[in-house]
Ligand binder design. Structure first.
Ligand SMILES: [Mn+2]
Length: 282
């Protein structure tokens, strides 16, 4: 009989995926509503979970199997089709319990708009929370395509929660966002400065608190590394230039909480052909 891999994040057996004893809780959020260029984020969590079942469980950088701490996969948050505001609320409601239970919650998106619900839930337990955002876009618009709950506005909503943020890998934003960045003193570390040497790491750490929520928009990476993203922007981070990619890294120095989301390709081939700077925020 071939071995059947359990259908959860990392394909873990019951002993290591039991919610009661797990340190980590993975929350799938298959949602795709306000994406403004190519769609497909709703397929992200499923694709990540399937791919995670293929990886080796030993971490060569840490020298151990972190899964021994337990990784539970939660039920997905069902899309609330009344609109993105209701969906953000549903994400908040779903994340509150594992956060209260002391779990390290890892959100798998799903479009970026859902992140403000996750941050609000985590802020309920960690008052001094800050956010490290890896992204090609600032996502600081007040409103986009008629809604303040668009993915293009998510960091503005997080700003309104009173949570400081450092954004890394940024390379495409609007004049309105540029004015807001200056007037609100937002810390933006461009993809260009990440490529000029490791100095940005100290700047990022200086802007963060002891407890850090990490949000990763896959378009923060160069499209050469993640060609399936819905909003490809040339000139992004690579694997070793991402937070976590070097020993002197903020995410490793902090004992923090984390979430993240990634859009996974609906159409890998198509996106490569269409790669190019645009005004479409992702
Ligand atoms: Mn983006």
């Amino acid at each position: 009989m071939p071995e059947v891999v359990p259908d959860n994040f990392l394909g873990l057996p019951a002993r290591e995926s039991d919610y009661r004893t797990a340190r980590f809780a993975v929350l799938p959020i298959p949602y795709d509503s306000t994406t403004s260029y190519a769609v497909g984020t709703r397929d992200g969590p499923r694709a990540i979970i399937t791919a995670s079942q293929q990886v080796e469980l030993y971490d060569e950088a840490l020298g151990r199997e972190s899964l021994r701490a337990g990784v539970a996969t939660l039920d997905p948050v069902h899309p609330d089709m009344r609109g993105p505001e209701q969906m953000v609320q549903a994400v908040y409601a779903a994340a509150r319990k594992p956060v209260r239970d002391g779990k390290f919650v890892i959100g798998l998106g799903g479009e970026h708009s859902v992140t403000s619900g996750l941050v609000r839930a985590v802020q309920g337990r960690y008052r001094g929370l800050s956010v490290l955002q890896v992204d090609a876009h600032a996502d600081l618009r007040d409103k986009y395509q008629g809604t303040p709950w668009s993915h293009a506005c998510v960091m503005r909503r997080i700003h309104e929660l009173g949570v400081p943020a450092v954004a890394v890998g940024i390379r495409n934003y609007s004049a309105e966002e540029s004015r807001f960045i200056r007037s609100a003193g937002k810390q933006i570390i461009s993809a260009r400065s990440c490529r000029q040497g490791p100095g940005w790491i100290g700047d990022a750490v200086a802007g963060l608190t002891d407890e850090v929520f990490v949000t990763i928009d896959i378009d923060g990476f160069d499209p050469a590394f993640a060609p399936g993203t819905g909003t490809p922007e040339p000139g992004g981070l690579d694997w070793y230039r991402r937070p976590g990619g070097s020993a002197a890294d903020p995410a490793e120095q902090r004992d923090g909480v984390s979430g993240g989301e990634a859009a996974v390709p609906a159409d890998r081939a198509g996106f490569v052909k269409r790669a190019g700077g645009g005004r479409c925020p992702g």
